[in-house]
Design a protein around this ligand. Structure first.
Ligand code: ADP
Ligand code: MG
Ligand code: MG
Length: 211
């Protein structure tokens, strides 16, 4: 089994929906340890992505479609998460080249390049209480799943499950990057909004592959 452009379009549709449904909750998380705009930021960005995908150019590939997500997020999302997630989609897109079909290894390459893009841009490590606390366990789980022969959908499910755990793991942490780092110990006990939204994006990727 492989994934193709229809997986990307379903992933994007599902992400638009889940970000919209969780807009208030994500901004509430950001109100606790940031400036309260994370849900609005992402919802604005993915609404713009949806508009672009309503008129996806003829001959699009998974890579070109993900590049369109990237450029749209970078140009429409204010705040730290726009350039960070935009870079994730951009590097992920580049890792796919012009392939029409993605096998399990291609999915791992996509996720790894996406995570590396966030690190390149934001310099966060695991434990800094950022979206990297969702992305890096997701990449590790995806890599292990693919190595044991999992399908692309199962690789994405392993990534999503690990991202959900990773997002929860940010709660006891002191933040070392982003706005939450200004709070010191006051960030303890609160989940990082960017780790939570990244887990939602990866759940959407798995659901789209299972559809
Ligand atoms: P802003 O903080 O500019 O208002 P958002 O609220 O949209 O932007 O996004 C905040 C999220 O961005 C944080 O919850 C965190 O996950 C992520 N983030 C911030 N700085 C970094 C960084 N240097 N590396 C990785 N992620 C980061
Ligand atoms: Mg914010
Ligand atoms: Mg902001």
């Amino acid at each position: 089994m492989t994934l193709d452009l229809s997986w990307v379009t379903t992933w994007v549709d599902d992400t638009v929906a889940v970000v919209s449904d969780n807009r208030l909750r994500l901004s509430e998380l950001d109100r606790e340890i940031g400036d309260g705009d994370h849900g609005e930021n992402l919802d604005r960005g993915f609404a713009a992505v949806k508009a672009k995908f309503d008129a996806l150019p003829e001959g699009s590939t998974p890579g070109s479609a993900l590049k369109l997500v990237a450029t749209t997020l970078i140009s429409t999302v204010g705040g730290a998460s726009g350039p960070l997630l935009g870079t994730a989609y951009l590097k992920g897109a580049q890792a796919l080249g012009d392939a029409a079909e993605l096998d399990a290894d291609a999915v791992v390459a996509l996720l790894t390049a996406a995570r590396d893009g966030v690190v390149l841009r934001g310099k966060a490590e695991v434990g800094d209480k950022t979206m990297i606390d969702a992305w890096t366990p997701a990449v590790d789980a995806a890599t292990a799943a693919a190595a044991s022969g999992a399908s692309p959908a199962a690789v994405l499910r392993a990534a999503a499950d690990a991202a959900v755990e990773g997002a929860a793991s940010t709660e006891p942490l002191v933040a070392r990057k982003g706005r939450a780092s200004y709070l010191g110990d006051r960030a303890v006990g609160h989940r990082d909004p960017g780790a939570e939204s990244s887990s939602l994006i990866l759940i959407a990727a798995a659901e789209a592959a299972e559809a």
